[in-house]
Ligand binder design. Structure first.
Ligand code: E4P
Length: 217
């Protein structure tokens, strides 16, 4: 399973990249606003921090304008993935970009039928939002299971990029279903490494080692 960081905070991205566990980055207009930085500058910098796909989202709502914005975004780095909303205009732009070999990420997916359309439009990634579905009383992870079944039925190559991840249990459930990617806030990526018994065990090993009076170096 690939891990993408769902942030536009370049310090966080650099720190996560140094672990060797980071496979890409996703951003959206809200994350750009939170960064307080210039959109084009911050995306250009993120592209230098990771080798994998960096999703940069269009803000236009018509196909023609989305494609014009994509032309600008594509120049920011060789690993740019154009993020498009799951509307008919977005899907039309997705098909055009996919046909020319540009990576695409279709976002704001909340149903399996929407995901079916994105795959037919040749999307590189589909982004179902599990957390936002949970927030309104639906089952976000069930959507991942449905999309996985449909994509497997037709051998679609579109990768399932689980988005709006809120906690490590979402990651576990998505991984058990065979989702291709999870994009997570940096805090969730770091939380995956935590376990109280690991901390307790390490403290005991450290104390026992100190009692031997030995050193390895
Ligand atoms: C990622 O591509 C999405 O934009 C993001 O995961 C949305 O997460 P949120 O629901 O926490 O805003």
């Amino acid at each position: 399973m690939k891990f993408f960081a769902d942030t536009a905070d370049t310090a966080d991205i650099a720190a996560l990249a140094a672990t060797g566990l980071l496979d890409g980055v996703t951003t959206n207009p809200s994350l750009i606003a939170k960064s307080g930085r210039n959109f084009l500058e911050v995306i250009r910098e993120i592209c230098t921090l990771v080798d994998g796909p960096v999703s940069a989202e269009v803000v236009a709502t018509t196909t023609a304008d989305m494609l014009r914005e994509a032309e600008v975004l594509k120049k920011l780095g060789e690993n740019i993935c154009i993020k498009l909303p799951l509307t008919l205009d977005g899907l039309t732009a997705c098909k055009a970009l996919s046909d020319e070999g540009t990576m695409t990420n279709v976002t704001l997916c909340f149903s399996a039928n929407q995901a079916l359309l994105a795959a037919k439009a040749g999307a590189t990634f589909i982004s179902p939002f599990v957390g936002r579905l949970d927030d309104i009383g639906f089952d976000g992870i069930q959507l991942i299971e449905d999309i996985k079944m449909i994509y497997d039925n037709y051998a679609f190559e579109t990768e399932i990029l689980v988005a709006s991840v809120r906690h490590p249990v979402h990651v576990l459930q998505a991984a058990k279903l065979g989702a291709d990617v999870a994009t997570m806030p940096p805090a969730v990526i770091r939380a995956l490494a935590n376990h109280p018994l690991t901390d307790k065990g390490l403290a005991a090993f450290t104390a026992d080692w100190a009692s031997t009076g030995q050193s390895i170096l």
